[in-house]
Design a protein around this ligand. Structure first.
Ligand code: FPP
Length: 308
């Protein structure tokens, strides 16, 4: 589990009355005490949605972009503090035809420009994760503008993962840790080796490079880990998305293609999530001492299994 927790103040809006009647029905069945704080979605199936209708792939993406706003607004009405969407992976950038990548970039800009007012009306803040500095300059400008326009909002944070890859995120965090070490040594006028040796090299490395430190240098440093990951269109894989952060997340896969996904499906995924027992590597709530007592005592344990 991550130890860093968001410092930003989240304001509840109490806007469930704005849900559709169908959404209200599902929402009324949810346990308010067990709502996820962070949901991350792998939006997949735009191409298949278009293919099923004999449409060009780009129309699938266009419909997919429409759904983003529906889902984001439902998230804000149910007071979900964090929603992270996998909008464009590093691999999409490298492996998709240039004209598709250019179309996705254009779609992103159009989406941001057309929805900033709605974001503000819904108190939604927009943020990004990924190697966004590698995106075209005009895309970065629009992204920055949308982030600034919505920065003061205190409801749902919508994080778009753009040019994002989880492995490269971990690599970037490791590089930052090394850079920080070098900068500190430089400032103190000694070599990194001498600086670490002065603290006892092994201990110094353990103290300076551990899970909380690495977490604190991920793009998601200010966010809680996702409780629930949703993947649309049926593929049972994670596709290099938030690998570190989803260590204990629940995973919900639906066959529904992303362009057919709406707020009600978000609520249904939450209902499914609430049926799960989260254990975080422990025994979980339904276990009791009786279960532990089923473990063999030391005298009953075969000698070869006892600690030496
Ligand atoms: C996968 O569809 C989806 C993506 C490439 C990323 C998601 C993009 C959008 C929803 C559109 C734009 C987003 C924003 C935020 C405006 P796919 O092409 O891989 O589908 P397929 O697997 O059926 O071919």
């Amino acid at each position: 589990m991550r130890e860093t927790y968001p410092s930003r103040v989240y304001h509840r809006s109490n806007r469930v009355h704005e849900l559709t009647p169908e959404e209200r029905t599902v929402h009324d069945g949810l346990d308010p005490a067990r709502m996820p704080h962070h949901i991350a979605i792998i939006m997949d199936g735009n191409g298949r949605w278009a293919g099923k209708r004999s449409l060009k792939r780009f129309l699938g993406h266009q419909q997919g972009a429409e759904c983003v706003q529906y889902v984001v607004e439902t998230a804000s009405r149910i007071d979900l503090p964090w929603l992270t969407l996998y909008a464009f992976s590093l691999e999409n950038n490298l492996r998709r035809p240039r004209n598709e990548v250019n179309f996705l970039m254009k779609l992103l800009r159009t989406y941001l420009v057309s929805n900033v007012k709605r974001m503000n009306d819904n108190n939604i803040r927009v943020a990004y994760i990924g190697r966004t500095h590698e995106l075209p300059a005009e895309v970065q400008d629009t992204m920055q503008w949308a982030a600034e326009q919505t920065a003061r909002n205190t409801g749902t944070t919508l994080t778009l993962a753009l040019n994002y890859g989880a492995r490269s995120e971990i690599v970037d965090a490791a590089r930052t840790l090394v850079h920080n070490l070098m900068a500190e040594a430089h400032q103190r006028g000694i070599s990194v080796e001498d600086m670490l040796a002065a603290e006892g090299a092994d201990d110094a490395i353990k103290n300076r490079i551990d899970e909380p430190q690495l977490s604190a240098h991920l793009y998601t440093a200010q966010m809680p880990d996702p409780d629930l990951v949703i993947r649309t269109s049926g593929e049972q894989r994670i596709s290099n998305f938030l690998l570190w952060q989803i260590a204990y997340a629940e995973i919900f896969v639906t066959d529904r293609l992303w362009p057919d996904f709406r707020g009600i499906h978000l609520l249904e995924a939450i209902a499914d999530y609430q049926q799960r027992e989260r254990r975080f590597g422990g025994l979980g709530e339904s276990s009791d001492e009786a279960l532990s007592e089923t473990l063999p005592s030391a005298s009953e344990t075969p000698a070869e299994l006892l600690p030496r």
